[in-house]
Design a protein around this ligand. Structure first.
Ligand SMILES: Cc1ncc(COP(=O)(O)O)c(C=O)c1O
Length: 404
């Protein structure tokens, strides 16, 4: 991979931060955007903007064509059909859609939903809302000390009659753990359970074949995969989507409306009420086009190298602790340093031009399991360099010598 050439694709990477060359190491929060994505949004508004589904004039047809083509390209990338590809605002809306339109309708007080301790709040709270509504219960799969899932716990519990659904993340945004979602899906499906995968952190680092994976739903956010904010996707099996009630009502999702009752358009339109984020969908299509020029294995390998460089250097610091040490992990380095608050550390790094994240990373239950209030988190993407990983280590060492 030619990293310098890749960096040229991302205009923001040449900016400074506090007057120092910028090292962006907060990719698990959001990724930066290549020119191909930025230009597609600008071009759409400059020359193709119109509402979709409604117009007969040339401009409207053009907007419709771009929107449709983006869905087609994205569905092909994930080996799903267009009917199975629903545009949403992001993984959060995706999980809420699945929870409300699917789970609320089929679960009752005797049922259980499995989630894991390492889930983002977006994959906890929607299920809690379903539980409140239906009386169903949440069962939580523990995380082992190395940050991997307690696989035995899943095997012990997935076959239980009361368990109807499991929803888990493919990669933990805090620990970096890569979960064996294909294996878990196969096991869960062999007992007839519904499987929901949160792909928010996996899509930028791993290729997903929806059909081969065999889960019922898969969702992700565009902004974490070099696409725009405010757009994401739910992939859902066609037969299930056909039976599901809509998530929201309004224009564009109907077949016939009368005061006596309404019939709905087929999926995916049934789940896309109102004027969609056309520019966002086009930008996301371009982001997927952008990453599909690379081998995802090569991206993951490059990122892992940077993670290892950073880890090796930081591990020399007295009081350093990595949270999430399993071998099978993405390039997410969550850590704490004894007697130094992560926020102080991040503020110090900011002054050195380095952007990392601190806090609970929307994983408060996981923080409790780890026994910390917050961690510092450096997360790498394909455009990061070895030099940036070294800069991180040096800046943290300097911070420690001053703050301690
Ligand atoms: C694992 C995981 N799931 C879900 C989300 C929610 O994504 P969004 O805020 O884009 O909807 C995130 C965002 O950080 C995440 O990391």
């Amino acid at each position: 991979m030619n990293i310098e050439k890749i960096r040229d694709d991302f205009p923001i990477l040449s900016r400074h931060n506090r007057g120092v060359p910028f090292a962006y190491l907060d990719n698990a929060a959001t990724s930066q955007k290549p020119s191909i994505v930025i230009d597609s949004i600008k071009n759409y508004y400059a020359s193709s903007n119109s509402n979709v589904h409604r117009g007969v004039y040339e401009l409207a047809e053009e907007a419709e064509h771009l929107y449709h083509n983006s869905r087609k390209f994205i569905s092909q990338y994930f080996n799903a059909s267009e009917k199975e590809t629903i545009f949403v605002r992001g993984a959060t809306e995706g999980l809420n859609l699945i929870a409300h339109s699917y789970a609320s309708d089929i679960l009752n007080q005797n049922d259980e939903i499995i989630v894991t301790e390492m889930e983002h709040h977006a994959n906890i709270v929607p299920w809690q809302l379903v539980c409140e509504k239906t009386g169903a219960k949440l069962k939580v799969c523990p995380t082992l000390p190395d940050g991997s899932l307690d696989r035995e716990w899943i095997s012990k519990n997935i076959s239980r009659e009361s368990v109807k659904l499991i929803s888990l993340t493919a990669i933990s945004n805090t620990l970096g753990t890569i979960n064996p979602v294909a294996e878990i899906t196969t096991e869960a499906k062999s007992f007839g359970k519904t499987v929901v995968i949160d792909g928010a952190q996996s899509v930028p680092h791993q290729k997903t074949d929806f059909r081969k994976l065999g889960c019922d739903f898969f969702t992700f956010s565009g902004h974490k995969v070099f696409g725009p904010m405010g757009i994401g996707v739910v992939l859902g099996k066609e037969a299930i989507l056909r039976e599901m009630i809509p998530y929201q009502g309004g224009g564009d999702m109907i077949d016939q409306v009368s005061f006596e009752g309404t019939t709905f358009a087929p999926a995916p339109q049934k789940f896309e009420a109102g004027t969609p984020n056309v520019a966002g969908a086009i930008g996301l299509g371009k982001a997927i086009e952008y990453i599909s020029q690379f081998s995802m294995e090569e991206i993951a390998q490059h990122e892992h190298l940077l993670y290892k460089t950073a880890l090796r250097g930081l591990a020399e610091i007295a009081g350093f602790k990595e949270h999430g040490t399993t071998e099978n992990k993405a390039a997410v380095l969550s850590f704490t340093i004894e007697n130094i608050h992560p926020h102080d550390l991040a503020t110090f790094l900011d002054a050195q031009g380095i952007a990392i994240r601190t806090g609970h990373h929307c994983c408060q239950p996981l923080m409790k399991v780890l026994g910390v209030e917050a961690t510092a988190r450096a997360s790498f993407a394909l455009y990061n360099t070895e030099e940036e990983a070294v800069r991180l280590v040096e800046a943290v060492k300097k911070a420690v010598s001053i703050l301690k």
